[in-house]
Design a protein around this ligand. Structure first.
Ligand code: PHE
Length: 487
C-alpha cells in the first residue's frame, strides 16, 4: 500500500487528527485536576519539549524511511544499520499498546456519543450541579448502555479503517478539526464569565508542589510514613511524562505509520512544530474551558474521568443556544476521537495486511473485534468493579474464598490498570527505544538525510536530544519508580 498523502495539508490534518482527541479534552483536564494543577502542567510541557518533539521528529523520519507498518519498518531499518532485527519489538509493543488504549478510548468515545444526544435533547437545560452529576452516573452505571455505545463506536472505527486510512480520514478532518478549535475558544470565552476564571488560572499556572510530589489517598489526605512525614511520590511525574506521549500519539508507531505515507518533499521539522503546538493549545484551551466551571460551582477538580461530563453540561445548560452548542461540541469531540482511534488501530491492521496476507477488511474486523472484547474490562470498571472484586470472585469460585487481598494495587479497577500500563509504561518505553534507535543505531547520514534541516545546528540539537536528553529523562523517571535512584 504505497500511497502517500495527497498534500502537505492533509498530512497535517491527519496527524493533528491523531494527536488531538480525548487525550486533550477528556484526559488532560482530569489528570491535571488529580495531580494538583500548575506543577503538573509545567512538568507536562517540559516533557512535550524535551521528549515529545525530538521523538516525534524521530518517528516521522523512521516512518518515512521505512515506508511500512512499524514492525516491518523497524526490522528493515535495523537491517539497514546492521543491527539485530529484534528492534521490531518497538512495533510489537506499539500494536499491543494501540489495541489496549483503543479498548478504553472507545468506551469513553461512546460516552461522548451518548452525550451528543443528551445535549441535543435539552436535558442539560438549567440543571443543577447534582442534576448533571446524576445524568452522568446514570450513564456510567448502566453497563448495557455503555456496551451499546462502545459497540457502535468500534463499528464506526472499523468502517473508517476498512475504507483505507487516507480516504476515511481526509474528508473528516478537513472541516471538523478547525470547527472543534473554534468551539473550544468560544467555551473559554464563556467560562471567563462564570466567576471561576481567576481561580482556574491560578490553579493551572501557579505551582503547588505539595500536591504534585506527595502521595494522597482517595479523599485527598496526605499519606504519612512511620515518622509522620508526607510520603514522596514520583507517580505524578510518571503520569505527566506518559501523557506527553499519549497526547502526541507517540511511542507506539501511530505517528511512524503516518510518516510512512509522507512524501519526500515535506519538511518533517515544520510538520512537527505545527502538530505539537496545535495539540498543546487544544489541551490548554480545554483546561481553560473546564476549570473555571469547576471552581465557579464548587466542584472537585480531582473528580476523575467523569470531569468533563460533570462540568461542561452546566455551561451548556445555562447559555443561550446551549442545546445547539452542546450538541455540536460533543459531535465534534466524537470526530476528534474517531480520527485518533483510526491511528491507534492502523499499525496492527497494516501489519496484518503486509505480513499475514489479510485483506484490509478482514484485518480491520479481526483487530476491531479483539479490541471491542478488551473494552468490556473498562465497562465493568466504570460500574465500580475493582481488581479486588474480580480476584475475590475468582478465588471464591475456586474455593479460596477468604484470602485477604492486602496489596494496594487491588484497589484499582481494570481501566486504571490498563491506562497506567499503556500510557505511563508502554508508550514511554517505546519512545525510549525509538530515541535510542534513531540516535545511536541508525547511521547519521540516514537521519540527516530525512530531515534535511536548512540550519545544521538544528540537526545537532535533535541528535543531542535523542541520544542523551530524552532517553535519560525517561530513564530517570522509570528508575525512580522502581526505586533504584532516589534524590
Ligand atoms: N493522541 C490521542 C489523544 O490525545 C490518543 C492516541 C494515543 C492516539 C496514541 C494514537 C496513539 O487523544
Amino acid at each position: 500500500m504505497q500511497h502517500v498523502w495527497s498534500s502537505r495539508y492533509t498530512f497535517i490534518l491527519a496527524a493533528v487528527g491523531s494527536a488531538v482527541g480525548l487525550g486533550n479534552i477528556w484526559k488532560f483536564p482530569y489528570i491535571t485536576g488529580e495531580y494538583g494543577g500548575g506543577v503538573f502542567i509545567f512538568a507536562y510541557i517540559i516533557c512535550i519539549c524535551l521528549i515529545g518533539i525530538p521523538i516525534m521528529l524521530a518517528e516521522l523520519a523512521l516512518g518515512r524511511r521505512g515506508r511500512q507498518s512499524p514492525v516491518n519498518t523497524m526490522q528493515q531499518l535495523a537491517q539497514e544499520a546492521g543491527a539485530h532485527p529484534a528492534w521490531g519489538i518497538i512495533g510489537w509493543s506499539g500494536m499491543v499498546a494501540g489495541c489496549l488504549i483503543l479498548s478504553y478510548y472507545s468506551v469513553v468515545a461512546g460516552e461522548v456519543m451518548a452525550y451528543s444526544f443528551r445535549a441535543g435533547s435539552g436535558v442539560f437545560n438549567q440543571q443543577s450541579v447534582d442534576g448533571v452529576k446524576g445524568i452522568f452516573s446514570a450513564l456510567a452505571s448502566d453497563p448495557e448502555k455503555l456496551l451499546a455505545w462502545h459497540t457502535l463506536f468500534m463499528a464506526l472505527t472499523i468502517l473508517s479503517v476498512a475504507k483505507g486510512v487516507k480516504g476515511g480520514l481526509e474528508k473528516t478532518v478537513v472541516f471538523l478539526m478547525p470547527a472543534l478549535f473554534i468551539i473550544l475558544i468560544f467555551l473559554v470565552i464563556n467560562a471567563m464569565g462564570s466567576g471561576g476564571f481567576e481561580k482556574a488560572l491560578h490553579f493551572m499556572f501557579t505551582p503547588d508542589t505539595d500536591k504534585f510530589f506527595y502521595a494522597r489517598n482517595e479523599l485527598g489526605q496526605y499519606l504519612m510514613d512511620a515518622d509522620a512525614n508526607k510520603i514522596f511520590t514520583w507517580k505524578p511525574m510518571m503520569v505527566a511524562m506518559g501523557h506527553a506521549f499519549f497526547t502526541l500519539s507517540l511511542g507506539m508507531g501511530a505517528i511512524m505509520m503516518y510518516g510512512s505515507y509522507l512524501n519526500r518533499y515535506v519538511s518533517i521539522g515544520k510538520m512537527t512544530l505545527v502538530i505539537v503546538s496545535l495539540d498543546t493549545l487544544v489541551a490548554l484551551l480545554a483546561g481553560l474551558a473546564i476549570f473555571p466551571l469547576v471552581f465557579a460551582n464548587g466542584l472537585n477538580p480531582a473528580a476523575g474521568p467523569g470531569l468533563i461530563f460533570e462540568t461542561l453540561p452546566l455551561a451548556f445548560g445555562n447559555m443561550q443556544g446551549g442545546v445547539f452548542i452542546g450538541t455540536l461540541f460533543f459531535v465534534l469531540l466524537f470526530f476528534a476521537a474517531l480520527s485518533s482511534a483510526i491511528s491507534l488501530i492502523e499499525p496492527t491492521v497494516a501489519w496484518l495486511i503486509e505480513s499475514r496476507n489479510f485483506r484490509r477488511i478482514e484485518a480491520t474486523v479481526w483487530t476491531g473485534t479483539i479490541v471491542w472484547f478488551i473494552g468490556l474490562a473498562t465497562i465493568f470498571s466504570m460500574t465500580g468493579t475493582t481488581l479486588r472484586d474480580i480476584l475475590q470472585n475468582i478465588f471464591s469460585f475456586i474455593g479460596l474464598g477468604d484470602i485477604e487481598l492486602k496489596h494496594s494495587f487491588v484497589k484499582y479497577n481494570l481501566f486504571q490498570i490498563i491506562d497506567f500500563f499503556t500510557a505511563s509504561i508502554l508508550l514511554p518505553v517505546g519512545g525510549l527505544l525509538i530515541a535510542v534507535f534513531a540516535g545511536w543505531i541508525m547511521q547519521q547520514d540516514s537521519t540527516e538525510n530525512e530531515f534535511s534541516f536548512r540550519k545544521p545546528y538544528l540537526y545537532t540539537l535533535w541528535r543531542v536530544m535523542v541520544r542523551y536528553v530524552s532517553p535519560i529523562l525517561v530513564a530517570i523517571v522509570f528508575l525512580n519508580i522502581v526505586g533504584l535512584v532516589r534524590f
